[in-house]
Design a protein around this ligand. Structure first.
Ligand SMILES: Cc1cc2nc3c(=O)[nH]c(=O)nc-3n(C[C@H](O)[C@H](O)[C@H](O)COP(=O)(O)OP(=O)(O)OC[C@H]3O[C@@H](n4cnc5c(N)ncnc54)[C@H](O)[C@@H]3O)c2cc1C
Length: 645
């Protein structure tokens, strides 16, 4: 890595030149840089806005799942079977499904070898369990914090190998030239108050974008607060979005962000809504079910049917609850809580009006105590401790909830080496849009590991060139840098306006209201129009209390670009006749639910953003490839070019 100083518009800026920079310190980013090192590359660095930030490091769930090829027992499984399961989720390209399946065992074995505590039996079998959309028992878990263990174990390797880490740098622009990525422009968070230190430029042959999901788009979110995402910057640089309509949403607590799945629902808490001040409590669910039994069954089932699923609404299914929670909040302006201190008032004291499945479960588990909190204490005391450790006493307080964004199945469009249309720019982990409409639980973590390893292999084999000479790089970077300097100057010099927090609340509020699990043509168009208007005025309407807030102001810029691309994708999907599927319902103008349009599961939507305009295209899903499986032939090809092409 070379270090120089250059001048843009009279402003001195540090310039680092190196072969590859990986952006993001989640499980995907650390694995990308670590894999490059394994492959003999040394001119590398990892850059992050904060090593301890992001989803992998700061999230979890009851039993955070990792999906992989079966590695235990006698049930037959194969790479092709796994690929078919992934592909069956709809709107997913077959080559990506095959790569994720083929890379699964090696990626998993690496994690286990470096210390992620995935459980195995005495004979070394990694026994699995069945997760959602899984025909086998391919799922495993290292407990509630699987992704944290992954990030930590990978980080240890990166440290031991002394791979340089730029900690505290926020990328705000991607430098391109002739459709090729040339580097990055970042804010140096430690130097924001000083113009000479505020910016840093990175001149590199390759960028691996491991910036996670665009979590900041939603106000109701179970992503950790430190995760904002940076997909807008990539759209601005010409990277296309794929399957941007596809997300996962579910019920989570909002003061401390945590999914309310598993035992939190199986103990049958009371759902109540209140006015803004916490008064006028109402058990709002009951009026929407024909009887108590069906309401209690829906609550119980939510335990293992956690994500909102458009197919689980009819006939008083568990996802009806997510709709009712949304209505209370977004239409009536009320707050919604789970109360573990009292039973739903319709629950008979002898549980005689419980459905068969719920009753059998509670009886078999010895969880027939009189109140939800006592049942939870019996079933899963750590679930109570978790809240206690985060300042919430479930035995005394109501738990405020919302239907929250949890994962983006779509993202940046990549090929089977996780390279985007902007050459030398790779997107891995949640930033990449590799999943379809449905996906097995745990396949996000698998995809992040496989994709980052494949991007590393491609770079190591094909993209070893030196970065550009400084003068050529400056020619590519000048305009972008000058624009971002000018934007920062407006943010800093405005005397009136709204704070970045206030603007963020507006960005997230409109998305949670109109473009989450409940969508309509009018709603998503409103999001599109409002975000376009807000992007135009952002430079003049943001007021900062100190230079540290530049980071949040640039995040808002990124999010508004992303919001346009996401809303354009949703708008076009509805206009093309797309109905309710995956984790969202589409309503028509008469308030009727639009049914799924099955034929659209065989197409993939892509969005290109260009200076405020979005172009949307559709194409057929690529089938699962059927490559030559004759060993001698594969060996010959592998000897030629390691089959990296
Ligand atoms: C509550 C919850 C439960 C989940 N459960 C599961 C599960 O059971 N199984 C499963 O497979 N998946 C699950 N997921 C999803 C999974 O955890 C994430 O998809 C995955 O951890 C993302 O990893 P990543 O490395 O791609 O991104 P992240 O871990 O989010 O890392 C992104 C990194 O990029 C950095 N960054 C972002 N923008 C910039 C920028 N502009 N400049 C510099 N740095 C930047 C961030 O600070 C962070 O370090 C869950 C997610 C949530 C929220």
């Amino acid at each position: 890595m070379r270090q120089d100083k250059i001048f843009v518009n009279g402003c001195a800026i540090d310039l680092y030149s190196l072969n590859t920079i990986v952006v993001g310190s989640g499980a995907a980013g650390f694995n990308a840089v670590d894999s490059l090192y394994d492959l003999g590359r040394r001119d590398l660095a990892l850059l992050t806005e904060g090593v301890a930030m992001g989803t992998s490091r700061n999230t979890g769930s009851d039993k955070q799942t990792y999906y992989k090829l079966t590695l235990a027992g006698g049930v037959p499984d194969s790479v092709l079977d796994v690929a078919q399961t992934l592909f069956a989720g709809g709107a997913m390209h077959g080559d990506l499904a095959l790569c994720e399946a083929a890379g699964s065992a090696a990626s998993f074995a690496k994690l286990a070898a470096i210390g992620v505590p995935f459980p195995h039996n005495r004979y070394g079998e990694y026994v699995g369990y069945r997760t959602d959309h899984d025909p086998r028992q391919r799922a495993t878990s290292a407990g509630p914090l699987t992704s944290r263990f992954m990030a930590e174990c990978l980080e240890r390797r990166v440290k031991a190998r002394e791979i340089p880490v730029f900690d505290g740098y926020k990328v705000i622009g991607i430098v391109t030239g002739g459709g090729v990525c040339r580097g990055l422009l970042a804010l140096n968070k430690a130097g924001l108050g000083d113009l000479e230190k505020r910016f840093a430029l990175f001149n590199c042959t390759n960028v691996v974008w491991a910036t996670g999901g665009p979590a900041g788009l939603y106000a109701c979110s179970v992503y950790p607060e430190s995760q904002t995402g940076a997909s807008g910057i990539a759209f601005e640089a010409g990277v296309r979005g794929r399957n941007l309509t596809e997300w996962q949403y579910g019920i989570a607590s909002i003061r401390f962000r945590w999914n309310l799945s598993g035992s939190y629902q199986q103990v049958l808490p009371r759902y109540i809504s209140t006015d803004a001040g916490g008064g006028d409590p109402s058990e709002f669910l009951y009026g929407h079910f024909p009887d108590a039994t069906r309401m209690l069954t829906a609550i119980f089932l939510k335990g293992y049917q956690w994500p909102f699923d458009s197919r689980k609404v009819d006939a008083w299914g568990s996802s009806l609850i997510d709709i009712l929670v949304h209505k209370e909040m977004q239409e009536k302006g009320r707050r919604v809580f789970l109360d573990f201190t009292k039973n739903p008032s319709v629950l008979a004291s002898d549980f005689s009006n419980l459905g068969e499945e719920a009753l059998a479960y509670l009886k078999n588990s010895g969880a027939m105590q009189p109140t939800p909190i006592e049942r939870l204490a019996h079933l899963n005391h750590p679930a109570i401790d978790l809240y206690e450790n985060n300042g919430i006493d479930l035995a005394r307080e109501r738990l405020e909830i919302a239907v929250c964004a949890q994962h983006n199945n779509g993202g940046l469009a990549v090929d089977c080496w996780w390279e985007t249309d902007v050459r030398h720019f790779f997107a891995v982990g949640e930033a990449a849009g590799t999943h379809g409409v449905y996906r097995p639980g745990g396949s996000a973590l698998n995809s992040g590991q496989v994709g980052s390893a494949r991007a590393a292999l491609y770079i190591a084999e094909r993209y070893g060139e030196e970065p550009l000479p400084n003068a050529d790089f400056v020619a590519c970077a000048e305009t972008l840098t000058a624009e971002k300097i000018a934007l920062s100057e407006s943010f800093l010099n405005n005397k009136t306006g709204r704070t970045p927090e206030k603007i963020r609340a507006e960005i997230g509020g409109r998305m949670s209201k109109h473009a989450a699990h409940i969508r309509s043509s009018d709603g998503v168009r409103k999001v599109r129009e409002e975000s376009a208007a807000q992007l135009k005025t952002l430079a003049g309407e943001t007021i900062l209390r100190n230079p540290q807030e530049l980071v949040a102001a640039f995040e808002n810029h990124d999010l508004l670009v992303a919001q346009q691309a996401y809303a354009a994708a949703m708008d076009d999907y509805i206009a093309c006749g797309g109905g309710s599927r995956g984790s969202y319902l589409i309503y028509d103008r008469d308030g009727m639910v639009v049914p799924a349009e099955e034929s659209m599961m065989a197409s993939v939507q892509e969005v290109a953003y260009d200076a405020g305009n979005c172009r949307v295209d559709w194409g057929p899903v690529r089938p699962i490839p059927e490559p030559d499986a004759w060993f001698e032939n594969v060996w010959r090809e592998f000897r030629d070019d390691r089959s990296v092409r």
